[in-house]
Design a protein around this ligand. Structure first.
Ligand SMILES: C[S@@+](CC[C@H](N)C(=O)[O-])C[C@H]1O[C@@H](n2cnc3c(N)ncnc32)[C@H](O)[C@@H]1O
Length: 336
C-alpha cells in the first residue's frame, strides 16, 4: 500500500513537520528573551549566567532556559556558563544601534500572536479577527511596523531618485517613518501623511519634536471615502495593498489616479511575491497575518499589481528589491 511504503521509507522523516509545528515555541522564546532584556544585557559584552540573571531580574534557572534556547537558535553563543550576542542579535536586538528590531518583536508578540489563535476562523470565514486595538496596542503596532519596514524606507531613499519631485503624499503612512527618512535625504521635499484619525493622532505626537517631523503635514481621512489630497507629484503606498482584496486595490489605485496629474509617480512598497505566491516565504506567511486583520488581505505578485496598474490609468516603470523581502513597484500616471 502506498501509505505504508511512504511511512517506512527511511528517506522520509517527520523533522520538517516538527520543526514548523514547534516554530511558535521558537518565536515565543525569542519574544520573551527580548522583552526581559537578555540581548540588551549582553550588549556590552559576554556575561556569566549569574550576572545575566541579575541584569534581567529573572530567576537563574529560567534565564538559562531562555539563553540556551537562544543559543540553540543561533542568536547567542554559549561558552561554559558565559553567553554572548551573535552579530545578528547585537545589531538588531541589543538596542545599541539605530536598527532596533525589538519593537518589531513586540508587535508580533503583543498584537499578532493573540490574533493568530483565531487564524482558523479568519481562514474559514474571511472575516478579520483582530478587532479594535486599544490606543496602547495601536502604538505598539505602529512602532513595530516602523521597525520592520525601516530597512525598506532607507533603501527607498537611497535607490529611488526623489530629486525630481517636490511634494510627496504618503497614503496610510503610519507614524510617518518613511517620510522622515525621505525628507532627511531630500531636505527640499515637502511631505504630507494621510492616515485614519486614530493613527493620525499618534503620528502627530510622534512627528512633533523631530526636525524632519516638523516638515510633515498630517491629514486625517479614509482613502476609500475622502478625497485624495491634491497637489502632489509623488504618492507613496507602503504596506497597504496587502491589506485589501484585488477589487479594493483596483478601486484605490483608480481613486489615487483620479486625484493626481499626469506624470505623477506612484511608489508601491510591499512584500511582492512571485506569480505562485510562494516566494519569498516571508510574504507567503504574512498573508495569514494580514488576513487576520482585514479578512480580505493577501500577498500579491508583481504581475498582478502590474495588471491592476494597467487597468487603472498607470504605467508600471520598474520593480526592484529594497531590503529583505520588501520591494518597490514604481509607476507613472498615464496621460488622459
Ligand atoms: C501596515 S500599515 C503601513 C504603515 C506604513 N505605510 C509603513 O509601511 O510603515 C497600513 C496603514 O494603512 C492605514 N490605513 C488602512 N486603511 C486605511 C484607510 N482606509 N485610509 C487611510 N489609511 C488607512 C492603517 O491605519 C495603517 O497605518
Amino acid at each position: 500500500m502506498v501509505t505504508q511504503d511512504v511511512a517506512t521509507d527511511a528517506q522520509v522523516t517527520p523533522e520538517a513537520i516538527l520543526a514548523v509545528a514547534t516554530g511558535f515555541m521558537a518565536a515565543k522564546h525569542l519574544f520573551v528573551a527580548s522583552e526581559i532584556g537578555l540581548f540588551s544585557a549582553l550588549g556590552d559584552g559576554p556575561l556569566p549566567l549569574d550576572e545575566l540573571a541579575k541584569r534581567t531580574g529573572v530567576p537563574r534557572a529560567s534565564v538559562r532556559i531562555l539563553a540556551d534556547a537562544m543559543a540553540a537558535l543561533g542568536f547567542v553563543e554559549r561558552e561554559g556558563d558565559r553567553y554572548r550576542n551573535q552579530p545578528v542579535s547585537q545589531v538588531y536586538l541589543s538596542g545599541q544601534t539605530p536598527a532596533d528590531l525589538r519593537p518589531g518583536l513586540r508587535v508580533f508578540d503583543r498584537v499578532s500572536y493573540p490574533t493568530w489563535m483565531r487564524l482558523e476562523e479568519a481562514i474559514r470565514t474571511r472575516q478579520g479577527v483582530r478587532g479594535e486595538l486599544s490606543p496602547e496596542q495601536n502604538e505598539i503596532r505602529c512602532r513595530g511596523i516602523e521597525a520592520i519596514t525601516a530597512g525598506a524606507a532607507h533603501a527607498l531613499a537611497q535607490s529611488y531618485d526623489f530629486a525630481h519631485h517636490r511634494r510627496i503624499l504618503d497614503l496610510g503612512g503610519g507614524l510617518g517613518f518613511f517620510l522622515r527618512v525621505l525628507t532627511q535625504h531630500y531636505p527640499e521635499l515637502e511631505a504630507a501623511l494621510f492616515e485614519l484619525p486614530a493613527v493620525a493622532a499618534i503620528a502627530r505626537q510622534a512627528l512633533a519634536g523631530t526636525p524632519e517631523g516638523e516638515r510633515v503635514a498630517v491629514v486625517e481621512g479614509d482613502f476609500f471615502r475622502d478625497p485624495i489630497p491634491p497637489g502632489h507629484d509623488a504618492v507613496l503606498l507602503a504596506n497597504v495593498i496587502h491589506l485589501f482584496s484585488p477589487e479594493h486595490n483596483r478601486e484605490l489605485l483608480s481613486r489615487i489616479r483620479a486625484g493626481v496629474a499626469s506624470g505623477t509617480a506612484l511608489l508601491l512598497v510591499d512584500f511582492w511575491t512571485d506569480p505562485s505566491h510562494t516566494q519569498p516565504v516571508f510574504a507567503a506567511l504574512m498573508a495569514g497575518e494580514w488576513l487576520n486583520v482585514t479578512g480580505e488581505a493577501d500577498c500579491y505578485s508583481v504581475e498582478e499589481v502590474g495588471d491592476w496598474l494597467g487597468h487603472t490609468g498607470w504605467a508600471m516603470d520598474v520593480h526592484q528589491p529594497l531590503a529583505g523581502a520588501a520591494g518597490l513597484i514604481a509607476a507613472r500616471a498615464r496621460a488622459g
